[in-house]
Design a protein around this ligand. Structure first.
Ligand code: MN
Length: 417
């Protein structure tokens, strides 16, 4: 696959995240106007509400683009998604007959404020990266018992909070919570002291299943509308005290950040890759009929307040042991209904090498091996004022399918009586 050429010239460079091949979906506003649907192309946004009003794009259905979410479009299903993408490619391709009609509806990204791209109906987070699970398990339980006995058979997950999923750029207050130091007699309450990130991909479910209706992995794959970068902020000291026996709760509930642009499954199609070789055969309902991961380069940077950013890790989404389609099939296997706007966190994405670890817990090995940033500061966990940025792109021949960035700055904990 090579780069497609657009009459929007900024879309035709090798380093743009948003060539014509990508066309990710977001929600934006300018100068206090109402948030509405938009499509990224080069350094511009195509105002979908405006092109719809001009009669240039019609969905033939009861969905509209002058809304602050893409959920209605998602619910129309994969055939409509394909038609919409084909029409956008037609309108934005070099030599398009409609160029003069479309051009007035482009807005510079630099002038836009980005909002949540969809209403998050539910949020589930998984634990499906083997290098991450091995690292964390080794720290907490030792190398012999690093992987729980179910890990190679089930994509382990927990039900998270949709209410605290926020768009990139939203400041995150350091959470308060209950913790207990190993040598303390009693727990105490106060600001988290071991605040961390988790580098993940978020899969966005676009269609619905009924209560009681299981789905195959192939059907699950077809239900995925697109992917975003996801930072599953984690309070490690709160997590360590609360997590047994029912898993993480307040340690994860305070915030999850996502990147503003939903990169569609169609745009990622040339970058499909297989999950690693199975160490134990999966039960038939979890077996994949084809490659369902994607080759997406990922990176984390950390910047102290007012200082330059340092890249602290680089990894790839193809390191996951389970795909989003497998996670979705597992999620529906009990009969749990899935809805448009369901968000599935992949689990922390770590590679085999130290520089490929997707959390500070792993990078600093539980706080024992501080990182030195390019600016000279050292870090084990996140300090107030630090900005953490995730970025990612699938690299093609002279182009990339980029995700933009997922950014969050930590502000001091609120005072608690
Ligand atoms: Mn997570």
């Amino acid at each position: 696959m090579t780069r497609m050429t657009s009459w929007v010239v900024s879309a035709n460079t090798a380093d743009t995240h948003f060539p014509l091949n990508n066309l990710p979906y977001g929600v934006f506003s300018t100068n206090g106007t109402d948030p509405r649907c938009g499509v990224a192309i080069g350094d511009m946004i195509l105002d979908m509400a405006a092109v719809e009003a001009a009669g240039l794009v019609t969905l033939d259905e009861d969905a509209a683009f002058d809304l602050p979410f893409w959920n209605d479009v998602m619910e129309l299903g994969p055939e409509v998604w394909s038609k919409l993408r084909a029409r956008l490619i037609e309108l934005l391709s070099e030599g398009a007959a409609e160029q003069d009609a479309v051009a007035p509806h482009l807005v510079p990204q630099a002038d836009a404020e980005m909002h949540m791209p969809m209403l998050v109906s539910e949020y589930t987070d998984f634990y499906a990266g083997k290098h991450h699970a091995m690292n964390v398990g080794t720290m907490f339980r030792g190398p012999e018992h690093a992987l729980p006995p179910n890990w190679l058979h089930i994509p382990i997950g927990y039900n998270g909070r949709a209410s605290s999923v926020v768009v990139s750029g939203t400041d995150i207050a350091r959470p308060n919570g209950q913790t207990k130091a190993p040598d303390a007699d009693a727990p105490s309450f106060g600001p988290c002291k071991r605040l961390d990130i988790e580098l993940e991909m978020g899969a966005i479910v676009g269609t619905t299943t009924e209560l009681g209706q299981p789905i195959t992995v192939a059907e699950a794959d077809q239900m995925i509308f697109g992917y975003v970068l996801l930072n599953d902020w984690s309070a490690r000291d709160i997590q360590a005290w609360e997590y047994q026996p029912l898993g993480p709760f307040q340690a994860k509930a305070f915030a999850t950040s996502i990147s503003p642009w939903i990169v569609t499954r169609a745009a990622l199609e040339p970058f499909r890759t297989s999950t690693p070789e199975r160490e134990k055969d999966l039960l038939p309902y979890l077996q994949e009929p084809g490659p369902m991961l994607y080759d997406i380069d990922l990176e984390i940077t950390m910047a102290p307040a007012g200082k330059a950013a340092t890249t602290i890790a680089r990894t790839n989404y193809s390191q996951m042991y389970y795909s989003a389609a497998q996670q979705l099939a597992h999620h529906a296997s009990s009969g749990c209904p899935m809805t448009a706007g369901d968000l599935l966190g992949s689990g922390t994405i770590s590679g085999p090498e130290k520089a490929e670890r997707g959390s500070l817990l792993e990078l600093s090995w539980g706080g024992k091996e501080p990182l030195t940033l390019d600016t000279g500061e050292t870090r084990t966990f996140i300090e107030d004022g630090d900005t953490l940025t995730l970025t990612g792109a699938a690299r093609g021949d002279g182009y990339q399918i980029g995700f933009g960035t997922c950014v969050g700055t930590i502000t001091p904990a609120v005072t608690f009586p």
